[in-house]
Design a protein around this ligand. Structure first.
Ligand SMILES: [Zn+2]
Length: 65
């Protein structure tokens, strides 16, 4: 059973449903929104920015080993 709320890296709210990607949590709603987001929609840029920050953080992390 996985029903413990975790903080979503995109909407920054505690959510119960979603996936953990490289130690970060992405909620179901955001996954759907990102998949459905249209580049002409203002929301798309919002998600891109949030995810870009996530990837930058990963890139800046020390490599294992
Ligand atoms: Zn979310």
């Amino acid at each position: 059973m996985e029903n413990e709320a975790r903080l979503c890296m995109v909407c920054r709210t505690p959510q119960e449903r979603g996936v953990t990607v490289l130690a970060r949590f992405l909620c179901d709603d955001c996954q759907r929104e990102i998949a459905a987001a249209d580049p002409v929609d203002g929301r798309y840029e919002f998600y891109v920015r949030r995810l870009a920050a996530f990837w930058r953080e990963l890139a800046g992390a020390p490599a294992p080993g």
